[in-house]
Write a protein that binds this ligand. Structure first.
Ligand SMILES: C[S@@+](CC[C@H](N)C(=O)[O-])C[C@H]1O[C@@H](n2cnc3c(N)ncnc32)[C@H](O)[C@@H]1O
Length: 354
């Protein structure tokens, strides 16, 4: 394109956006360093601190902390008072970076990002050869980051909002029900439910043996005696008569989601429910061009689509399939009822019944 065709104002605006994004990408690693060193936690509720005071309370070197704080101030992630040369966290900033139980704690998501930078070349190769890239092939920071990113949302919504939105399920769980958590990963959702419903039994399944091993260790650590974990795929997990079968952010990662739900249809009791927790999405790309859609399309390119293409059938639903497409999958698998139970800005909570 000739230089004369460039609109200088538009160029300036677009470069501004790209530079802002580069700053976010550059600072993401510092957010994680702050998490590793306990800098965010030390600042939460501490009021204004100098770099020296923060260094003293966390046992790290003042020169490094001053530079780190400057980067956070320039990012708008901490407040800076030039007169007193102090830095502080607002309650909102603390919720996002210092409190790992807050529903908006985002550092886990940055660990996911970090893992994907390490997998870049291997996944670029899959663009060329068309092969898949399984969940198990990823840099392990993805597994822990996913758990850290999703757990706060499960703690905030699963028991209080999502299960009550399903048809008669909460009552069954209180009395004592049998639940499968398919594609459970590190078992964050399984553990949240097991703690809330001690009369019920929870069976976590995942094809990834390291994740199952990790889930077992966590269950043992927290004393979750009503949760057990087993290596199994969504198409061959054992047991039947389940009152509830859950898929948390994983149905779209599977190569054969129709086959998986057909297997579930044979395993769930006649009046049982299937809960699909999927990334929030509208029905089309045009409607998903927003900050949340942006994150999910990127994750879908690097994780979800390659994961599905790595498995039999290789449907490649993608993380932004949307309710309509997911409903088609459920109906093809033999479920006659399908509806949106509820939603959050990040999740669609869908229910299928026979
Ligand atoms: C994005 S992670 C979600 C993990 C967990 N449900 C959570 O919410 O934290 C997707 C999970 O699906 C699992 N998975 C993918 N395909 C699977 C299959 N065919 N059968 C069982 N698990 C599968 C992966 O191993 C991974 O643990």
């Amino acid at each position: 394109m000739a230089a004369s065709e460039v609109d200088e104002a538009k160029l300036e605006e677009f470069v501004g956006q790209a530079v802002t994004d580069m700053g976010a990408a550059m600072n993401a690693v510092l957010v994680m360093v702050g998490d590793d060193l306990g800098l965010w936690k030390a600042m939460a509720g501490a009021g204004p601190v100098t770099a020296g005071e923060l260094a003293g309370s966390t046992g790290v070197r003042e020169r490094y902390v001053r530079e780190w704080l400057s980067a956070q101030a320039a990012s708008g992630y901490v407040e800076y008072d030039a007169d007193s040369e102090t830095f502080s966290l607002t309650p909102e900033q603390a919720m996002v970076f210092a409190d790992e139980d807050s529903p908006v704690f985002l550092t886990g998501g940055l660990h996911v990002v970090s893992s994907l930078y390490r997998d870049r070349q291997r996944i670029a190769e899959r663009f060329r050869d068309g092969e898949g890239f399984g969940w198990h092939e990823h840099d392990p920071e993805l597994f822990a980051g996913t758990e850290q990113f999703f757990r706060p949302g499960y703690k905030a919504h699963l028991v209080s909002d999502w299960i009550p939105a399903l048809d008669g399920v909460e009552e069954k769980l209180r009395r004592g029900a049998k639940v499968a958590d398919v594609g459970c990963g590190y078992g964050a959702s399984t553990m949240v439910m097991a703690e809330a419903f001690p009369e019920s039994e929870f069976h976590g399944f995942d094809y990834h043996d390291e994740s199952i091993e990790h889930s077992r260790e966590t269950a043992e650590k927290v004393g979750a005696t009503n949760a057990e974990f087993e290596v199994a795929t969504a198409k061959d997990f054992p047991g039947d008569g389940y009152d509830l079968v859950c898929f948390f952010d994983c149905l779209h990662d599977m190569g054969d989601p129709v086959g998986a739900l057909r297997h579930v249809r044979d395993r769930v009791s006649d009046d049982g429910s299937v809960m699909l927790v999927e990334p929030f999405a509208n029905e089309s790309l045009s409607e998903n061009m927003n900050p949340v859609g942006r994150i999910f399309y990127a994750a879908s390119t690097m994780v979800c689509t390659p994961s599905s293409l790595d498995q039999e059938v290789g449907l490649g639903l993608g993380a932004q399939a949307g309710e309509g497409r997911l409903g088609d999958v459920a109906r093809e698998a033999g479920f006659s009822q399908f509806n949106r139970a509820t939603e959050t800005p990040f999740n669609l909570i869908l229910e299928a019944r026979i």
